[in-house]
Design a protein around this ligand. Structure first.
Ligand code: SAH
Ligand code: SF4
Ligand code: F3S
Length: 474
């Protein structure tokens, strides 16, 4: 079934509350001689970063200013992640600190939103242990935040909205982005894959694709504002369009974005190996603006573990896809995600993961130790390896990959690369940093005025995680 957008009337209600908050904030400013300030913190993936940009868009429209310092904020919002336990622990730790702050400044409002609180047991725990939290809302309540916040400002007691997704998409939410030169654009929300270890489908709901005209309109307005690099975002972009009543898939969408004048670079994540089509490989190859970089998580090398993870491919199929990708797209940079210590993974299984790393030689990887997520099928499995063995395997994996990373980076030395300058060094004002088409970080001496520009950089050195270079022209 196609996702529907929320109605104009629904958004009008939210916009009405934004206006009411704005009025209240204006009165506050007159009375106190300063603007009310909000402080946001984001945990987790780009989806959450993108949601925080929407939260800031709404807050800005409601007349809030922003501060990096929670201790001077009138409103603190934590946008949380549930993918691993340590992400949740961090938030609980921060809430503990806020408790003391709130004792000194009881008028400070504390809100927790995002994936973590979409789980009922976590929401209950926060209410039980952290009664200084004033507002809790899940991922599906984002567009209702204005009403929830208004109620928090005017009512006593905690305001909670963690209702499940009704399958709608809210296009109207305003957005305030941190960067101009690069922007993330969500093309779809949710996930249908139910990998047995993963909480994301439970906290983000089923797949919902945005209508292509909405995506195109957002990108066109970004380009008009000076953005040149677009990263298309979804938990599994290869499923894009399957739920739309249109004949369109992700490869078609890439080609449409490639045709937008003013866009210079296109990236996307994440792809699932089970449905990486030839059509998509050809689109990456043929579209001149699509960066020659592919993030293709394989998670584990053992066929039995992959089956128990519900990944729908085996090691041989994964390696075949990689071979095809390397053959069709010369010089493509490859990255992946790996989980070490899935409950039934033995030391022998783990060797298969190392074998995939050696065979593919990824440019970089994101590796995680398995974290048990309540409510997922894998949470019921008994671990076969001890924590100590899992950590030993994890370290072995890092050692192997670090060596490969360094070797891959050394291949760049002597080449000249086009780099989008996206920031400066915090310690040395003459040093700037940027990324190559393939996504490598390059540090080089350049004036700050080059931020947002594409420059040509000769690579002179390679480190573990980055390259060093010299500007060759402007
Ligand atoms: N949709 C994306 C990313 C999902 S979350 C994808 O499928 O690739 C990002 C990564 O976190 C996953 O790829 C996986 O490697 C890791 N991950 C997810 N659940 C995990 C868990 N319970 N323990 C450890 N790592 C996990
Ligand atoms: Fe999680 Fe799998 Fe969906 Fe990725 S594809 S979000 S790992 S369930
Ligand atoms: Fe992302 Fe974490 Fe939610 S990885 S989708 S923020 S659980």
């Amino acid at each position: 079934m196609a996702a529907t957008n929320i109605t104009e009337e629904q958004w009008a209600v939210s916009a009405g509350y934004l206006a009411k908050i704005r009025e209240d904030n204006a009165n506050f400013a007159v009375k106190n001689g300063r603007t009310r300030l909000a402080h946001t913190e984001t945990y987790g993936c780009q989806q959450n970063v993108n949601d925080t940009e929407r939260i800031k868009g709404m807050l800005s429209e409601a007349g809030f200013g922003f501060t990096e310092d929670a201790s001077e904020a009138d409103l603190v919002i934590y946008n949380t992640c549930a993918v691993r336990e340590n992400a949740e622990q961090k938030v609980f730790g921060r809430l503990g600190i806020l408790k003391h702050m709130k004792e000194e400044r009881p008028e400070m409002m504390v809100a927790v939103c995002g994936c973590m609180v979409q789980q009922e047991h976590i929401c209950e725990k926060i209410r039980r242990v952290h009664d200084h939290v004033d507002l809790i809302f899940g991922t599906h309540a984002l567009w209702r935040m204005p009403e929830l916040l208004y109620r928090t400002m005017t009512e006593k007691g905690v305001v909670v909205d963690i209702t499940d997704s009704d399958g709608t998409i809210a296009e109207e939410i305003p957005i305030l982005r941190d960067k101009t030169e690069k922007a993330w654009v969500s093309v779809m929300y949710g996930c249908n894959n139910f990998c047995t270890y993963c909480i994301v489908p439970y906290v983000r709901g089923r797949e919902r694709s945005r209508r292509p005209e909405d995506i195109m309109a957002e990108i066109s307005s970004l380009v008009a504002g000076g953005t040149t690099e677009i990263s298309l975002l979804g938990q599994n972009v290869n499923s894009y369009g399957k739920d739309l009543e249109l004949d369109i898939d992700f490869a078609d969408l890439l080609r449409m974005v490639n045709d937008i004048e003013g866009v210079r670079r296109i990236r996307f994540m994440t792809s699932h190996p089970k449905d990486l089509s030839d059509k998509l490989i050809y689109a990456i190859r043929d579209c001149d603006k699509v960066c020659k970089q592919l993030h293709l998580p394989f998670q584990a090398g053992s066929d039995r573990v992959l089956k128990e993870m519900n990944r729908h491919y085996d090691k041989k199929q994964y390696l075949e896809i990689i071979d095809k990708v390397k053959r069709e797209i010369q010089g493509i940079a490859l990255t992946t995600d790996v989980i070490v210590g899935f409950p039934t993974e033995t030391n022998e299984d783990f060797r298969e993961t190392l074998d995939v790393l050696s065979k593919v030689r990824f440019d970089s990887i994101f590796s995680f130790i398995y974290s048990r997520r309540e409510g997922t099928p894998a949470a019921k499995l008994e671990p076969v390896l001890s924590d100590e063995e899992i950590h030993r395997n994890f370290n072995e994996l890092l050692e192997l990959q670090n060596r490969i990373c360094k070797e891959k980076n050394l291949e760049y030395v002597g080449r000249t690369e086009e780099v989008l300058v996206d920031g400066g060094s915090k310690t040395d004002k003459n040093m700037m940093t940027g990324r190559t088409d393939s996504g490598k970080i390059v540090n080089f001496e350049a004036p700050q005025s080059l931020k947002g520009q594409y420059v040509s950089v000769k690579i002179t050195g390679a480190r573990q995680w980055s390259l060093e270079g010299e500007l060759t022209e402007r």
